[in-house]
Design a binder for this molecule. Structure first.
Ligand code: GDP
Length: 356
């Protein structure tokens, strides 16, 4: 499943946000370095289509797609020097599909800032620099090895070239994702700054409705995507029933919680989409990449579905809603039989036919 690693300086609101995420009572302590162990939280990707499907099929339950978040503690200024970033830290972050960096933009004099003042641009630079330094160390080691392997004709020289190009970009001071660098030849290295980045600005409640300030912060990270939330409000939302939650959001000028936004933007940033299955038991969303073909998509449900794939009956969500039932969609020619070369579309309602 899709995993997003949450990083950020100490005391920027990671634990607070993470508590909201997991509905756990992980300690959110008002002092730096409180967060030591990584934790995993899962959020459901909100998808209003599932309710509609469950209505059409009288489904017993609804299973949305999910996004996992890993709370990755451990980045402080100078973290990549000396002992380097801890092994556990590196393992957690390498396994993440994307990185969400929480940036403090709230002003609360009671909460100590590790660098002494609230300065989002400088905080982001500290974190990004640590990630880039870690990547430089990784690359330097790899390049020595790659040079030997290329001399011994054991490695395609293009891999070495990619490593040298990545190193040059980092030395010029840009993260690999910001440079649009294609790190796929170097996948085995798990380069941190090559992962897609999402910035999460933890702002004062008043800022959420202040479009000028929001745009100013968004401009700091563009073209990377930014989410704006108030971690304290996110944690309050958790305890509320849906109506009260909607009211609290509305009072801050929002229509969707920050965590939902983060799940959605994470999906988008990684080029993911969902297709849907529905029946009396459940209406369910399945996560796939954009451009995936039908057999690969079937494989997400079960590997046997991919191996034994015959065809897929596909109805677009909109057509199904318009027709009101599968029978009607078939009668109107809206149910298509698609073969193994069919490229899946977001919101396809699918039934796979396969050999076991
Ligand atoms: P972490 O070290 O990044 O995990 O930060 P924490 O989540 O532990 O937050 C540090 C302190 O800042 C705690 O006292 C939180 O209550 C407080 N805090 C977190 N988010 C906000 C926020 O949005 N506004 C305000 N005023 N305080 C916050």
């Amino acid at each position: 499943a899709l995993t997003i690693g949450i990083v950020g300086l100490p005391n920027v609101g990671k634990s607070t946000l993470f508590n909201a995420l997991t509905q756990n009572d992980v300690l959110a302590a008002n002092y730096p370095f409180a967060t030591i162990e990584p934790n995993v939280g899962v959020v459901e990707l909100p998808d209003a289509r599932l309710q509609v499907l469950a209505g059409i099929f009288s489904s017993e339950r609804i299973l949305p797609a999910t996004v996992s978040f890993v709370d990755i503690a451990g980045i402080v200024k100078g973290a990549s020097e000396g002992e380097g970033l801890g092994n556990q830290f590196l393992a957690n972050i390498r396994e993440s599909d994307a990185i969400a960096q929480v940036v403090r933009a709230f002003t609360d004099n009671d909460v100590v800032h590790v660098a002494g003042k609230v300065d989002p641009a400088s905080d982001m630079e500290i974190i990004n620099t640590e990630l880039m330094l870690a990547d430089l160390q990784t690359l330097e080691k790899a390049i020595t090895r790659y040079e030997k392997e290329v001399r011994g004709r054991k490695l395609d020289p293009s891999v070495l070239d990619a490593a040298l190009a990545a190193k040059a970009l980092l030395e010029a001071g840009t993260t690999l994702s910001a440079a649009g660098f294609d790190a796929s030849p170097l996948r085995e290295l798990g380069l941190l700054s090559a992962k897609p980045f999402i910035y999460v600005f933890n702002v004062d409640e008043g800022v959420l409705g202040d479009s000028a300030r929001v745009e100013e912060l968004a401009a700091l990270v563009a073209p990377a995507k930014a989410v704006f939330l108030d971690a304290k409000i996110e944690s309050e939302l958790i305890g509320l029933d849906p109506e009260d939650a909607a009211e609290l959001l509305a009072s801050t000028g929002q229509t969707e919680s920050g965590l939902n936004q983060l799940a959605r933007i994470g999906f988008d940033t990684l080029g993911l989409q969902t297709y849907l299955t529905a029946g009396p038991k459940e209406s369910r969303a399945w996560t796939i990449g954009k451009g995936w073909k039908a057999p690969q998509a079937a494989g997400v449900i079960h590997t046997d579905f991919e191996k034994g794939f015959i065809k897929a009956e596909v109805i677009s969500f909109d057509d199904l809603v318009e027709c009101g039932s599968v029978a009607e969609a078939r009668a109107k020619g809206k149910a298509r039989m698609e073969g193994k070369d069919y490229v899946m579309q977001d919101g396809d309602v699918v039934e796979f036919r396969f050999n076991v």
